[in-house]
Write a protein that binds this ligand. Structure first.
Ligand code: LLP
Length: 413
């Protein structure tokens, strides 16, 4: 959806004080454009909502790991939630203090665990009994003691798309309560680890606060029985409005239920989407129109390679013309598709759109999260550039250039 930073002004789409058209003319399409002002405002809103809890925000780099985005959020006080050695590398390159980095993930390699300890990351979120032994060994070999949060699988069903729910009993994520308690009872077996936190993340784009409250209570019950537990990491999951009219819980609603529960604990949050989704758009050019099989197709120069969410989760993104159409332009139902050789490379079905013609620019809204990071080179398509508009709203720069054909074959023999 439109956000404060991406809105129509003087007949065209703006990013803060800049016409999107000017940026697109300079760099071409497809292109991702991010408003750092919007990202920082989103971070601030979360910080405010959770001040009573003194919660610390660790931005989830998986949502958008662009160095310029990370740098801006780190400077504004965010820590970083990482899920791989690569993300730790990115976070540190962007200037994160290692102690403000959390490493999570269901399948961390011994090398990644060693890197985390070596670099001195604040917390490793562990979700496997055997992983404890690997991490303990890595820490022991380096003569370090690593703080650990054990990830609880609270067996709750989050109200979200089934592909992004993580807290149900059958999910691959987390430790069942019994396994987690057994680990806490056997702390002495892991001399180089300190079990001091419990981590829960029950899913993304959460449709209500009920399951989160249940999960937090489950974590609390365990934490109360083990006095060494002093931190609870709630994970991410705050939803964003992709389409008009959907009623979703606000960060303040989550704060209201969590604040009384978690008062006596240090609290970490790992939001990704709620910070960066509405701070970004993906802009594309209409290549062709085609009428076929009773349908009207709009064929774009972007597709599942740049925005995978519709193909993967049947996700909805608002698609708007960059230039405001005339008031009386009749809207038509169209299939909006990409150039990739896959039937699932469709970005919207039967979408009502004001008439667009080849050469027109359209923008996918709310594309700042899980857009560029999930882009691929399928069909040998170079990944698009990422542009950031500075917090002043007036200046922009290329934060990552468009890939070239040489990039596509780098290292191949
Ligand atoms: N913490 C953990 C442990 C996670 O697994 C995730 C997301 C987050 C934090 C951040 O969640 P957020 O605040 O962004 O909801 N590609 C999917 C989303 C997958 C989310 C995976 N984990 C999408 O495009 O909707």
């Amino acid at each position: 959806m439109f956000s404060k930073s991406f809105r129509y002004y003087k007949g065209e789409l703006y990013c803060d004080s800049l016409p999107v058209r000017d940026i697109v003319r300079a760099v071409g399409t497809p292109v991702y454009i991010y408003s750092l002002r919007q990202a920082l405002a989103n971070l601030q809103r979360l910080q405010n909502a959770f001040t009573d809890l003194g919660a610390h925000i660790h931005y989830s780099a998986k949502a958008n790991g662009n160095l310029s985005v990370l740098r801006a959020l780190i400077e504004a006080g965010a820590g970083i939630d990482c899920v791989s050695g690569g993300e730790i590398f990115r976070a540190l390159q962007a200037g994160a203090q290692p102690s403000q980095v959390v490493l999570a993930g269901v399948g961390k390699t011994p090398d990644e665990l060693r890197l985390a300890v070596e670099q001195g990351v604040g917390w490793v979120n562990v979700e496997n009994v055997a992983e404890c032994a690997v991490l303990d060994q890595a820490a022991g070999a380096l003569g370090r003691v690593q703080r650990v949060a054990l990830r609880l699988n609270p067996d709750v069903s989050a109200s979200t798309h089934r592909y992004i729910a993580t807290g149900h009993g059958g999910a691959k994520f987390g430790l069942a309560e019994n396994a987690l308690r057994q680990l806490l009872d056997r702390q002495a077996d892991y001399p180089s680890l300190r079990f001091e936190g419990i981590h829960i993340h029950i899913g993304s784009q959460l449709g209500d606060t009920t399951a989160t409250a249940q999960a937090a209570k489950a974590a609390l019950t365990i934490a109360r029985a083990y006095p060494d537990i002093r931190m609870i990491d709630i994970g991410g999951g705050f939803p964003v409005a992709y389409e008009p009219g959907r009623v979703l819980p606000e960060p303040e609603d989550f704060a209201r239920i969590l604040t009384p529960l978690l008062q006596s604990f240090e609290v970490i949050l790992e939001p990704g989407r709620s910070i960066i989704a509405d701070a970004g758009v993906l802009v594309s050019t209409v290549l062709y129109r085609k009428e076929q099989g009773g349908r009207s197709f709009v064929i774009l120069d972007t597709g599942m390679t740049e925005l995978l969410r519709p193909a993967l989760y049947e996700a909805h993104h608002e698609i708007v013309p960059v230039i405001v159409p005339p008031d009386d332009a009749p809207r038509e139902a169209v299939e909006i598709v990409g150039p990739v050789c896959e039937t699932t490379d469709a970005l919207a079905h039967g979408r009502l759109l004001s008439p667009v013609a080849p050469g027109d620019y359209v923008a996918f809204l709310t594309a700042g999260a899980y857009g560029a990071v999930m882009a691929s080179n399928y069909n040998a398509r170079p990944r698009p550039p990422e542009i950031v508009v500075a917090p002043d709203g007036h200046t922009w720069r290329v934060a990552r250039p468009r890939e070239t054909w040489d990039d596509l074959i780098r290292g191949e023999t």
